[in-house]
Design a protein around this ligand. Structure first.
Ligand SMILES: [Fe+2]
Length: 160
């Protein structure tokens, strides 16, 4: 059995990287009517960065960042526009916390968080996401009045 030790960056470092990459973009985002647009813009030994573009109404499913096998922490920096993050608050009856993210704002997500992001505004939005370690997979969830239940596993390379 191989013992693999993952190098995982802390929240402060993720925050700083997301802000830095957002301020130093060299790739122009594209907006696509079929869904949010996403491109990996950097892949390093202990993190990766993605650029996402969201038209009004576009968003993610409820998801985590890798599940139990290889969970990733993350930071999101809003490059332009506004996004809303919906975070599951664990408990016997899990709830949702709604957080608005404005241009220049950075939000960090620990490696156990289940959340969704959405452009609830009337204008396009662009965001820069940093994950550590890099994302192998994401699990999606259904969230309703009965709680949180796993829905699917999405592998790296699919549109997320
Ligand atoms: Fe996420």
């Amino acid at each position: 059995m191989t013992d693999v030790t993952l190098s995982v960056l802390g929240a402060d470092r993720l925050w700083a990287l997301a802000a830095f990459y957002a301020e130093n973009l060299t790739l122009r985002p594209r907006f696509t009517k079929t869904g949010r647009w996403a491109r990996r813009v950097l892949s390093g030994p202990d993190h990766e960065a993605w650029l996402l573009a969201w038209l009004p109404g576009q968003g993610t499913e409820m998801h985590d960042h890798g599940g139990l096998a290889r969970p990733a922490a993350a930071a999101v920096s809003v490059v332009s526009g506004r996004l809303t993050e919906y975070t599951v608050v664990p408990g016997a009856f899990p709830g949702l916390r709604r957080t608005g993210l404005e241009r220049g704002g950075v939000s960090t997500v620990d490696d156990r968080t289940v959340h969704a992001m959405r452009n609830d505004s009337g204008e396009p939005a662009v965001s820069l996401h940093v994950y550590s370690p890099s994302l192998d997979a994401m699990r999606t969830y259904l969230f309703d009045e009965t709680g949180l239940s796993p829905a699917a596993i999405k592998r790296a390379g699919e549109d997320w």
